[in-house]
Design a protein around this ligand. Structure first.
Ligand code: ATP
Length: 512
């Protein structure tokens, strides 16, 4: 299967098993808006809990807030979003389809990278054990030709990005022969800037109504509460404020399922520090956040940093943590050194002094900020796309299994009476009652045991607990492991401890 087909399988699986549905589906859906179903919401909540506890419980100097989506419209002037939160758009005149010019170029560069990697893999196969990748990359004519093409386009792109030269974006697209995937032509319009914020009005009359924006990031809710939290929490610098909440962006290129949505959720933490210490803190948070990701157990090789060459208007250092999605390495989290841009501007626009008196320095200053910002939905996609497998079994059959890391799995254990009679459902219910306070469990009595196992594999349940006739006498049950499919006989009284050892989120947190 191609990556594209695999991705389609994932999207279909997410719908079939209640993870993610297209929003407003009975009205044919709403583009780039998705709803989480009964499994998706549990997975999402577990991811949020892992992040929230890692931030607020493991750091005594980080506290959380929950600010509103609606905020004073001047906030978005102060933050620069009204003037600068734009995407460069380009239309294909034949298909009338709209694209992000930067994404077209980045995808083109990505394809060249793919070609180079394929050549390298061919070389590795051909030369076997003694393969020297560095030497191969430095000498193979095909690799050198592709690499030279990549360098040239990349240099032009970076220069155009730095200079915000949108005519050059268009020229690169034309020179590279990038065509619209729908029409197949290179008939492009000029590149235009498009603001991504959604607006609405607040107030009862049209004259008295104010235009307000749906927040495009949660960070500003933290900045405008900086003084409140610092004073009421008697926080001393360095300290952080964390928040999880919805954000809205009128994304034009809304593809790739929940990777790019118009309504999504962010987990952001702003860390307030003394000016001059920002690059040290930036390095610390880079390391801390990478550790949080790798700790989940989806393979360190699937993450990488991508340092920004062009910095946003507020940043003096920035990096992305990229994940190996089915469509290549793409941004999962951003880490930015935001200087005192936001607090400084809110001070200017609001007229309120936003400073910290540093007792050690004996002086007041506007704190600098290092931000970590991750999309909940992109994390969900990372977990789901990494976890879905089709396995070939020894008996020739196949099984579809979602090997979601156990502490994040939506359902931790399924309790299955072998048959619907002879007192087995009653004992199974007793097992449910024993476990339900600690774990999200599912009771299922319909269909054969094999079918029930398959359904639980497909939603990623780490344990299936079967209650059979012997259980009535020996008060033991059969526990089947999702990953190994091995079965063991376990006393009911020991179930809680057995499940807990594998699924407790605190085990993940302890490794951080
Ligand atoms: P991109 O370059 O992919 O548009 P960004 O650099 O604009 O992302 P940030 O503004 O840094 O993203 O937002 C922080 C995080 O929020 C991102 O790393 C991503 O995980 C998430 N995010 C941003 N936009 C979206 C979206 N439209 N849908 C889902 N998640 C998003």
């Amino acid at each position: 299967m191609t990556q594209d087909e695999l991705f389609k399988v994932l999207v279909a699986h997410c719908k079939e098993y209640g993870f993610i549905f297209p929003s407003s589906e009975i009205y044919d859906g709403l583009a780039a808006v998705y709803d989480y179903g009964q499994m998706g919401v549990e997975l999402k909540n577990n991811i949020k809990q892992y992040w929230w506890n890692a931030m607020t419980r493991l750091h005594e100097n980080i506290v959380g807030i929950d600010s509103c989506i609606f905020m004073h419209p001047r906030i978005w002037e102060a933050s620069g979003h009204v003037s600068a939160f734009n995407d460069p758009l380009i239309d294909n005149k034949d298909s009338k389809k709209r694209y992000r010019a930067d994404v077209l170029i980045e995808d083109y560069l990505g394809k060249i990278e793919e070609k180079v990697n394929k050549e390298v893999e061919k070389g590795r196969k051909k030369f076997g054990e003694g393969f020297d990748e560095a030497q191969f990359r430095a000498t193979n004519p095909n690799v050198l030709r592709e690499q030279a093409k990549w360098d040239e386009v990349h240099n032009r792109y970076v220069a155009a990005e730095k200079a915000s030269d949108f005519a050059e974006y268009r020229q690169i697209i034309i020179d590279c022969g990038i065509v619209c995937p729908i029409s197949g032509t290179c008939n492009w319009t000029d590149v235009r800037q498009f603001n991504l914020m959604f607006s609405t009005s607040m107030g009862s009359t049209s004259e008295g109504a104010n235009t307000i924006y749906l927040r495009p990031e949660t960070a500003q809710g933290i900045f405008v509460n900086y003084l409140n939290v610092q004073k009421t929490g008697r926080m001393k610098i360095p300290f952080g404020i964390a928040q999880i909440g919805k954000a809205f962006r009128n994304e034009i290129v809304a593809r790739q399922f929940i990777f790019r949505m118009r309504e999504f959720e962010q987990m952001e933490m702003q860390f307030f520090i003394k000016p001059g210490t920002e690059l040290d803190w930036f390095a610390k948070w880079k390391e801390n956040r990478m550790k949080w990701h790798v700790n989940i157990g989806m393979g360190a090789e699937n993450y990488r940093f991508h340092d920004h060459e062009k910095l946003a208007h507020y940043a003096n250092a920035a990096t992305d943590i990229e994940f190996n999605f089915p469509f290549g390495f793409k941004e999962l989290e951003g880490i930015h050194s935001r200087t005192n841009f936001d607090l400084g501007n809110h001070q200017k626009f609001s007229g309120k002094k936003i400073e910290y008196f540093d007792p050690e320095e004996g002086a007041a200053y506007t704190p600098y900020v290092v931000e970590t910002s991750i999309g909940v939905d992109r994390m969900v996609l990372a977990v789901l796309s990494h976890s879905l497998h089709e396995e070939q079994l020894e008996n020739g059959e196949t099984r579809v299994v979602m090997s979601i890391p156990a502490p994040l799995a939506p359902v931790k254990a399924a309790v299955l009476p072998l048959v619907k009679k002879d007192g087995l459902p009653e004992l199974a219910q007793e097992v449910m009652d024993l476990l339900k306070y600690d774990f999200n469990c599912q009771y299922e009595e319909k269909d054969s045991i094999g079918k029930r196992y398959r359904r639980q594999d497909a939603i990623g349940t780490p344990f299936c607990i079967t209650v059979d006739h012997d259980s009535l006498n020996d008060r033991c049950v059969t526990v089947r492991d999702r990953d190994t499919m091995e079965q063991q006989r376990v006393p009911i009284a020991e179930l809680r401890a057995l499940i807990d050892a594998k699924v407790n989120l605190n085990n993940l947190l302890r490794n951080l």
